[in-house]
Design a protein around this ligand. Structure first.
Ligand SMILES: Cc1cc2nc3c(=O)[nH]c(=O)nc-3n(C[C@H](O)[C@H](O)[C@H](O)COP(=O)(O)O)c2cc1C
Length: 214
């Protein structure tokens, strides 16, 4: 495949089939010999599914076993997790997954820390509600009614941890029109204090290439 295409061939894979059959070191070495340009390692086995902690120590071993860049994946659900994972594995970057559900700021927070060594201010509640509203509108624009149904679950990930969030979450989880969803979110934004409403939204960053620590 490496010879058949003009772009670098990268590989994303798990550790192996089960804890009894972890074959990632042999697999990664063989793929590197075949020309793989970068690995993203999800630190779970197939048998684990998405349960149990990601086994970052195996990612550390992969990093030591190959010479191409290694991106660590699994349980990167906060800036602290990203810092700990980079430190424990020596990986060249991290890949976020479920941690971004309802919190797309995570990638930007990690990127900001990597670029500056500083923690970026967290988004306010109003920032997050605006983001949820834009996400809902975007899903509608892109996918129509199907997007609206998909937005139901995304809205439940955004709307949590503040007074009235349980009721709002329940309402958004069964919205039947764009106007209804937007109205619910606009109502929640209007109910926030003027101070919260004046805050500016942190930039949301999408990174598709590898990042490296300073
Ligand atoms: C809804 C969902 C869809 C996913 N789709 C893909 C996919 O298409 N290809 C892939 O390699 N991994 C996919 N994954 C796996 C993630 O990329 C990631 O490896 C996994 O969720 C572990 O990271 P986490 O513990 O931070 O969630 C998906 C995960 C979720 C939750």
């Amino acid at each position: 495949m490496v010879q058949a295409v003009a772009v670098p061939v990268t590989v994303k894979t798990r550790l192996g089939w089960s804890d009894d059959e972890i074959n990632i070191l042999d697999f990664a070495r063989r793929l590197e010999d075949c020309g793989a340009a970068l690995f993203t390692i999800h630190g779970r086995t197939r048998a684990q599914g998405y349960q149990g902690p990601a086994q970052w120590d195996w990612i550390r071993r992969v990093k030591q076993a190959v010479s191409v860049p290694v991106i660590a994946n699994g349980d990167i659900d906060s800036l602290e997790a990203a810092i700990a994972c980079l430190s424990q594995t020596g990986a060249d970057g991290v890949m976020c997954s479920r941690g971004t559900l309802g919190y797309p700021y995570l990638v930007g927070e990690i990127d900001h820390w990597l670029q500056t060594g500083q923690r970026r201010p967290a988004p306010s509640l109003v920032d997050q509600l605006h983001c949820a509203r834009d996400h809902l509108q975007g899903l509608w624009d892109y996918k129509g009614q199907r997007g609206l149904f998909q937005a139901r679950k995304h809205m439940t990930w955004y709307v949590k941890g503040f007074a009235g969030s349980a009721e709002l979450r329940q309402q958004l989880s069964c919205m039947t029109s764009l106007a209804e969803g937007l109205g619910l979110l606009e109502g929640a934004i209007a109910a926030c204090s003027p101070q919260e409403q004046a805050s500016g939204s942190p930039e949301i960053v999408a990174i598709t290439g590898p990042v490296t620590s300073p």
